[in-house]
Design a binder for this molecule. Structure first.
Ligand SMILES: [Zn+2]
Length: 579
């Protein structure tokens, strides 16, 4: 490909909309353009990167027995409007406004699917009838849509995205466990081949469902997830799931309740400074509303409420938490709750009180007096207040203690690369997806769901692999293997053209900078675009004995004679495992 003909243009300055480094570099180097919030075009360079990533993913999916399909993006809403047999909300309710919905001309309600468990379960129902048909894996590459409330700049959180999703079908739990392990191995191979620094961590199963899920996370400060990893055992988990030990507090003799004047102490930080006590001696109360019911959430003052853990706790307790939100001033007023001075004391039975297990450590806490500028000291459970539900609803934090070994958890920023789920029989129960076992008994099929965001993978490679000049693509991912720079083309043009023709004829992919630009512009653009091997034909290189070869990631270069250039380049690429 000639740069003079390539549909792209490099930008010298970072566009104002760029938030993360990957976003800035992919825009400046001409890989992507934004159409509207969270919606992007992939330009020819970007599309070639996607194709290379997809090729790696396809090879690894085929290797474990995946069969590629294309499932419909447009789906009737009714298949999303099924409640699980075990109770709880439908996916239509779980997704809420994140799901793009529309009507066809016959006014039939349709959705644009962000994931394909329903459709693949329905296919399994039709085609997998006998134990002899199992196990089975189907996968696809498809553009998906999610109406994210806060799409971020760049490809890290978008509304339209290319995804590889795979669905496994097994006869029993042991089979599902085996499929899960195979896909896990394939995902690790994919991320390694993409040159990524990643962790696999336990995560919340969210809207997909199932008891067990594993998330693959790229370590990057641009990530929105917090990952906790133990420094002693192999425990690692997303903060929305991470377990940790509540630090013990000494038990004191329970003292009588005592109201104290605490002017202007609405925040825990003000309160502890004013009373000169540790945060752990206070109670933090956060008021939520779920399904129209006030939910008072209490954690020890040194901890934070984790909304994902809270949502799961509520759903498990049979309270539909799909509309969970912080209580509005009106909702607080209706219950007579004073913001900033709330406590679980003297609350009516219709208010649901959920407390974190941290409050089982320590006593004589300070809590709000439910009137402005006053708190109550020496609050003790169960003497002074009731708890409807004890649960793990607090966020793990850096330096917390590991539940499994007593080691120390360390916090990292990360971004999800992929997520794999053991769903079990949720969809099989919903759509009656069963098979006949060897004895002729009908049994439910066990399902797994496995996803990788391809565009996000591209962004995360850039996020991890760049320098101040631009992107440094791994050779297998780069849009072209070779950046051929022709300098002083009026003198060297015929040699550069011949080398371009020879390299292309040798089956190599070459981006030939044949523009009438200065050497500085061409070098800068080559570094920005980030192809792995740079080959320069210039008056100087010819005077030095041939063409100059330089790897993007290295400083030193070498000269090879023109007659040997094609072979030398082939050898260099072969050494890197690209041929
Ligand atoms: Zn541990």
């Amino acid at each position: 490909m000639r740069v003079s003909q390539l549909l792209t243009t490099t930008l010298r300055e970072a566009p104002r909309e760029a938030e993360e480094r990957s976003h800035e570099l992919l825009l400046r180097a001409g890989f992507i353009r934004q159409l509207t919030a969270g919606v992007y075009s992939y330009l020819p360079l970007g599309n070639r990167v996607l194709r290379n990533i997809m090729q790696i993913v396809r090879e690894e999916m085929d290797r474990i027995g995946g069969q590629e399909v294309i499932l419909p993006m447009l789906q009737p809403e009714e298949i999303w409007d099924q409640r699980p047999a075990s109770g709880g909300p439908s996916r239509l309710e779980l997704y809420g406004p994140v799901l793009f919905r529309l009507q066809d001309r016959k006014e039939r309600a349709m959705v644009i699917a962000p994931t394909h468990e329903e459709v693949s379960a329905l296919l399994a129902k039709e085609f997998l009838r006998s134990y002899r048909d199992l196990p089975q894996m189907l996968y696809q590459f498809q553009v998906k849509l999610r109406d994210e409330p806060r799409p971020r700049g760049g490809l890290l959180r978008v509304r339209e995205f290319l995804m590889k999703d795979l669905y496994s079908f097994d006869a029993d739990q042991a089979g599902l466990d085996r499929s899960f392990e195979r896909v896990k191995g394939a995902y690790q191979a994919i991320f390694r081949r993409c040159g990524l620094d990643f962790l696999s961590v336990q995560a919340d199963s969210g809207v997909i469902g199932g008891k067990e899920s594993l998330e693959f996370v790229a370590i990057t400060d641009a990530g929105e997830d917090t990952i906790l990893k133990c420094d002693t055992c192999d425990y690692a988990a997303n903060q929305e799931k991470a377990e940790f030990v509540r630090t013990a507090l000494p038990e004191e003799l329970a003292l009588p309740l005592e109201e104290v004047h605490t002017p202007g102490c609405m925040a825990i930080s003000d309160l502890v400074a004013y009373l000169n006590i540790p945060e752990a001696k206070t109670m933090k109360v956060v008021c939520y509303v779920a399904s129209g019911r006030m939910v008072l959430v209490v954690v020890r003052g040194d901890l934070e409420v984790n909304e994902v853990k809270l949502t799961n706790t509520l759903n498990r307790a049979g309270v539909n938490a799909t509309d969970l939100h912080l209580a509005t001033p009106e909702e607080l007023a209706r219950e007579g709750i004073i913001a900033g001075y709330t406590s679980p004391l003297q609350k009516d039975e219709h208010i649901l009180i959920i407390a974190d297990t941290s409050l089982q450590q320590g006593n004589n806490f300070v809590a709000g007096a439910n009137r402005v500028d006053y708190h109550v000291q020496h609050v003790n459970y169960p003497r002074d207040f009731r708890v409807d539900l004890w649960a793990d609803i607090a966020s793990a934090y850096d330096q917390a203690t590991c539940t499994f070994c007593g080691g120390t958890l360390h916090a990292f920023r990360g971004c999800e690369l992929g997520h794999i789920f053991k769903i079990g029989t949720r969809y099989a129960e919903m759509f009656d997806v069963s098979y006949l076992d060897a004895e002729g008994n009908a049994r439910l099929i066990q399902m797994g769901s496995y996803g990788i965001g391809i565009g996000r993978l591209m962004a995360l490679i850039v996020e991890q692999q760049h320098d101040d000049k631009g992107i440094i693509w791994p050779l297998q991912i780069a849009p072209y293997q070779i950046a051929l720079l022709g300098l002083d083309l009026d003198k060297t043009g015929s040699i550069a053209e011949q080398l371009y023709a020879d390299l292309t004829a040798a089956g190599l992919s070459v981006l030939f900078d044949d523009r009438a630009e200065t050497a500085g512009v061409k070098f800068n653009d080559a570094d920005l675009i980030g192809l792995s091997l740079r080959v320069v034909v210039s008056k100087r290189s010819l005077k030095n004995g041939g063409v100059e070869l330089k790897w993007r990631a290295r400083k030193e270069s070498s000269i090879v004679p023109i007659a040997e250039a094609v072979q030398a380049i082939r050898d260099a690429l072969q050494e890197k495992g690209s041929l």
